[in-house]
Design a protein around this ligand. Structure first.
Ligand code: CA
Length: 222
């Protein structure tokens, strides 16, 4: 899962980025409204964290512009302390949730996880798809035999993306876009290596190769 943070307060961005990366998300960051709006249109993010008080273009305007153009990316807005009208304005403009500053990073993480799950039609914490369950806290996968498999950061992000889209053909390009951050080396051949690793850990049959198209994670979401 890939998340964009648009916020001009570097201390806040650093804290959010660090916490989200630790939680297994790929995270991009920009610091003004114009770049933010562009990035949100250009890249297929799974979630955007949007500050409303931004230089160059206000966060509210960025959000309105996206929604006017049909960009439905889930958006969590950050609002100023005690500014209840900002929350109302944000929700009216199409935000999916809001968080007032200052906030605890744990609360932000909980809301981010909930929004991402909601966007993928998951109601309960944690994933279980096709006999594989994913432990978000410990970043490990458990197979139907009960065997636990610790995952590296990239393996975890890749598997979570697969499990969020069971039965869907996912091209290497799409997987690359959702698993890596903007400045990372986006060689889609690397995806092959990671899929191979996941197959070795979890079972070959879970990841079906569709020649010339990509991969399918087999199984239906519960
Ligand atoms: Ca700000």
């Amino acid at each position: 899962m890939r998340i964009l943070i648009i916020e001009d307060d570097f201390a806040i961005v650093d804290a959010i980025q660090q916490a989200l990366r630790k939680a297994g998300y790929a995270v991009d960051r920009v610091h003004n409204g114009i770049d933010g709006e562009f990035m949100g249109d250009e890249e297929p993010y799974d979630l955007v964290i949007l500050d409303l008080g931004l230089p160059q273009r206000a966060g509210l305007e960025v959000l309105k512009n996206w929604r006017d153009r049909g960009n439905k990316v889930p958006v969590l807005v950050l609002t100023a302390r005690d500014a209840w009208h900002e929350r109302v304005d944000g929700l009216k403009a199409g935000a999916d949730d809001y968080l007032g500053k200052p906030f605890h990073i744990e609360e932000l993480l909980a809301r981010v996880n909930a929004l991402v799950r909601r966007a993928h039609g998951e109601a309960t914490p944690g994933f279980e798809v096709a006999g594989v369950s994913l432990d978000e806290e410990r970043q490990l996968a458990t197979t139907s035999s009960g065997e636990e498999h610790p995952l590296t950061g990239t393996e975890y992000r890749l598997l979570r993306y697969f499990m969020s889209h069971p039965g869907v053909i996912l091209s290497k390009n799409r997987l690359t876009e959702h698993v890596y951050e903007g400045d990372a080396d986006r060689d889609s051949n690397v995806i092959e290596v990671y899929v191979k690793r996941l197959r070795n850990k979890l079972g070959k049959s879970l990841f079906e190769t569709r020649r010339g198209q990509g991969y399918v994670f087999r199984g239906e979401a519960k």
